[in-house]
Design a protein around this ligand. Structure first.
Ligand code: PTJ
Length: 268
């Protein structure tokens, strides 16, 4: 059942996102587990204060430099990512000359088709990862995520993986690829194993990534490399955790609720 979200509802934006994902479930774009994954993401977003924290901006800067330096970048798309940010995925791909590859944990042909259609409607010209003639299998993985395009992820040097489950990130890094993750959970295996983790909501992070890549477009290669060298994923994740810790400590000591506007607290 789809509902109309009242514009003045204090959590209207969050409810609209949920509705979008429910619609995605009905149209086969989103997997059932995608709704559960989103709930986990929402919980971490609360801890971050539902905003892009400085450590995320730092990771976005490093990710932009890496994408612009890449020879064969690929944006890996799953159901949630396709439903939440199709336009930004296509825009980012065009800006950094990346391939867009569908890679699903819960893979079936009807979902592949639905995701292909949503990306096409957003302007994608070529979509990789769904033509069975061009699929290879990564021996390190047992899940459906092992199926990768021989012209896409298999030969990529940099792979952007929004909302990932960790084992593939680990396998891609072992293969010598650089992995950029977007994951609200700084403790997830994906976050820990990726080369650069953007701990932020995909709906906020993708437009910021597009903006930063456009700002860095004319930068010299050496400058792009220096930005990457200055970045440490382990240190950046520590910054995220420290920020959450400090925020919660402050709120607990001040005796306030979790820092949202009162109406928002009442709703939940
Ligand atoms: O479409 P498929 O078949 O490939 O399946 C996709 C899901 C998401 C179901 C699959 O990849 C999965 O099960 O993922 P996990 O292991 O639940 O991991 C998802 C991660 O994304 C979790 O760490 C969440 O905190 C995080 N997450 C959820 N929503 C968002 C998010 N991160 C950023 N932005 C979000 N909106």
């Amino acid at each position: 059942m789809n509902i109309e979200i009242p514009k003045d509802h204090p959590r209207a934006k969050s409810l609209r996102t949920r509705e979008k994902l429910i619609q995605g479930l009905e149209s086969r774009v989103v997997a059932q587990a995608g709704l559960i994954a989103h709930g986990r993401g929402e919980a971490f977003d609360y801890l971050l204060g539902e905003r892009t924290v400085p450590a995320a901006l730092n990771a976005i800067k490093a990710a932009s430099a890496l994408l612009l330096s890449a020879e064969n970048p690929v944006i890996s798309v799953n159901g949630n990512a396709a439903m939440l940010t199709p336009e930004a995925i296509v825009e980012l791909a065009e800006t950094v000359n990346a391939k867009v590859e569908v890679n699903l944990f819960y893979r079936d042909t009807s979902r592949e088709e639905a995701i292909k259609n949503i990306l096409k409607r957003a302007g994608a010209k070529s979509i990789y990862g769904i033509d069975s003639e061009h699929l290879a299998s990564l021996s390190e993985l047992g899940s459906e995520r092992r199926k990768v395009d021989t012209k896409g992820i298999l030969i990529a040097d940099v792979v952007l993986v929004p909302l990932e489950d960790g084992d593939r990130t680990e396998a891609l890094v072992k293969m010598g690829k650089k992995v950029i993750a977007i994951d609200l959970n700084p403790l997830s295996r994906t976050s820990q194993k990726a080369s650069i983790t953007i701990v932020d909501n995909i709906e906020r992070a993708m437009p910021l990534l597009v903006k930063k890549v456009n700002a860095f477009r004319s930068m010299r290669r050496q400058e792009l490399e220096e930005i990457q060298q200055d970045f440490s994923n382990a240190e950046n994740l520590k910054r995220c955790l420290k920020m959450i810790l400090e925020r919660l400590t402050k709120l607990a000591i001040q005796g306030e609720c979790l820092g949202f506007r009162e109406t928002e607290d009442n709703e939940n």
